[in-house]
Design a binder for this molecule. Structure first.
Ligand code: KIV
Ligand code: ZN
Length: 530
């Protein structure tokens, strides 16, 4: 067991509400921003960048509302290197328990020449003036040299040194256009740590965009080189291809603690709920997204399912509950093996025998192949209706009940029914009281055949002919003892369909009971299973 007590703390700066919110498809209303800020605080992020107060009155209102509400995390407002931006940012965050102003100015040659029309000296002078102005308002000041990764290394050092001298307590190195690669990002941080004389007076932060899909890798390289803060967003939302994803960078540091030797304050069990919250207010995340995607703990391939059932660590490097997912999922589909299928039977308490594995396998594969063209997965209900029940029924042979015919009701007497069984016997079923009809009389008559037989209170689902396909009534009837079986029957006469659906549900339940006995007898060597 490794000792992690010396692990270096890394701050998590969340910019979902600023860099995330300003990207296409992510605009949020004030109540939504407040709900997300609450969730971020519960998640224990160190800093919430709540918005860009000068951008609009709505942005200002959101930042100041969040500043007034959040108590644990630092609340930060963004400002260009301009007096009016800085004043407005302060106005918005001033009521925060822990306020921060984050100011930025581009430093790369391309931005200096085409966007700012400024010389290097003018950039440095403006940085100094703005950081000084901001630190006149509060002690917690962050400065970002925008497009740092395309800035001349020597000039970047000068800007960073000047910003720290002017009062910046955090210097953030943005890979604004997602151009960096991990080696370069790590080297940039190492360079600053080595060559900027006052660098220890500030926290080095990193802010990576994902244009080449390397935002997380670049952020981790910066962490490895000594960065003390990572800027990221929930679900990686952000400009263009997004920002470094919070859940991924946090879990990478946690799962590979032996590599990074760092720790964060994040309560990882809240990652999935927070991701789902942001997803519900922005856009759907990819199914296979690391850590929080629906497939992140789902297994379909037979070999993987087999390994997972033997030991989850075979195919999972973190536990679902660590990130707030209840459990791993065995998805049944074209690639699944029998292990996962029979495991599903066992989990539902349904009997099955190895002797019949090939029957179940054939039926399952047929179903899975049919599903490939459309919705891909086999649901639990389909597995029962289209695989388990038909196979079990084919093993035990003819259905037990052949027909149920009601007698003419005698005045003042409960209804009776004649139940014909497969072996030619007739059982009389009698309704439990005067009000009850055919189904009750049938169930009462059958009670002796299956212990605990009953129909659940809401055991009938009826789609009337008018609503059903082709003018047909569609009835799903449920019966249970220790198992629960639902069967669906279609027809034109509703009363007849209801009766037939109940007979079908009973026959399946009976078949399961018989199958269980067959397996037991076969195991005891008393009777050979056909
Ligand atoms: O990407 C970027 O450069 C930014 C800065 C404002 C930090 O978002
Ligand atoms: Zn950014």
């Amino acid at each position: 067991m490794e000792n992690h007590s010396q692990d270096r703390p890394v701050k998590i700066f969340d910019t979902t509400l600023r860099d995330g919110e300003q990207s296409p498809g992510c605009s949020l209303a004030l109540p939504q921003k407040i709900e997300i800020a609450d969730a971020l605080e519960r998640l224990d992020v160190d800093v919430i960048e709540a918005g860009f107060p000068i951008a609009s009155p709505d942005d200002f209102a959101a930042v100041s509302a969040i500043a007034g509400k959040v108590k644990k995390s630092v609340v930060c407002g963004l400002a260009r290197c301009r007096d009016e931006d800085i004043d407005r940012a302060w106005e918005a965050v001033k009521d925060a328990k822990h306020p921060r102003i984050h100011t930025f100015l581009a430093t790369s040659p391309i931005h200096r020449k085409h966007k700012l029309h400024m010389t290097k000296q003018q950039v440095i002078d403006q940085v100094i003036a703005c950081v000084r102005r901001a630190s006149g308002y509060c002690p917690d000041i962050e400065f970002s040299p925008e497009d740092a990764t395309r800035t001349e290394p020597k000039f970047l050092r000068d800007v960073v040194e000047a910003a720290i001298d002017a009062g910046a307590t955090t210097v953030n190195i943005p890979d604004t256009v997602g151009y960096a690669v991990p080696e370069q990002m790590g080297a940039a941080i190492t360079d600053l740590r080595r060559h900027v004389p006052n660098i220890r007076q500030a926290v080095i932060s990193v802010h990576c965009h994902n244009d080449l899909g390397m935002a997380v890798a670049n952020s981790l390289a910066a962490v490895k080189a000594g960065a003390g803060q990572v800027e990221c967003t929930i679900n990686g939302i952000g400009e263009r291809a997004g920002n470094c994803s919070l859940e991924e960078v946090v879990m990478a540091m946690r799962v590979r603690r032996n590599v990074y030797h760092t720790q964060t304050n994040i309560r990882s069990k809240l990652l999935v709920p927070t991701s789902e919250l942001v997803e519900s207010m922005t856009f759907p995340i990819q199914r296979n997204k690391a850590v929080v995607g629906r497939n992140a703990f789902a297994h379909e391939a037979g070999i993987h399912q087999d390994g997972m059932l033997k030991h989850p660590r075979t195919y999972e490097i973190m536990q679902p509950k660590d990130v707030g997912r209840k459990k791993s999922e065995m998805v049944l589909g074209k690639h699944s093996g029998m292990r996962a299928v029979t495991d599903r039977f066992s989990q539902s308490g349904l009997p099955w025998s190895r002797e019949h594995a090939s029957l179940f396998r054939t039926k399952f594969k047929e179903l899975a192949d049919r599903k490939v063209a459309n919705d891909k997965y086999v649901t639990d209900a389909e597995l029962l209706q289209e695989v388990y029940y038909p196979v079990v029924e084919s093993i035990v042979g003819k259905p037990f009940v052949a027909s149920v015919v009601p007698d003419k009701r005698k005045k003042g007497q409960p209804l009776t029914v004649q139940i014909r069984t497969r072996d030619g016997r007739t059982i009389v079923g009698k309704a439990s009281n005067l009000k009850e009809g055919v189904i009750d009389a049938f169930v009462q008559g059958m009670k002796g055949t299956i212990p605990g037989l009953n129909i659940p209170a809401k055991g009938l689902l009826l789609t009337n002919p008018a609503e059903g396909s082709g003018g047909k009534a569609r009835v799903t009837a449920t019966m249970h003892n220790k198992h629960t079986v639902s069967r669906t029957v279609e027809g034109t006469d509703s009363d007849e369909v209801i009766k037939e659906a109940h007979i079908a549900a009973f026959n399946t339940l009976y078949a399961i009971e018989e199958y269980q006995k067959l397996i037991r007898n076969s195991a005891n060597g008393k009777k050979k299973v056909q």
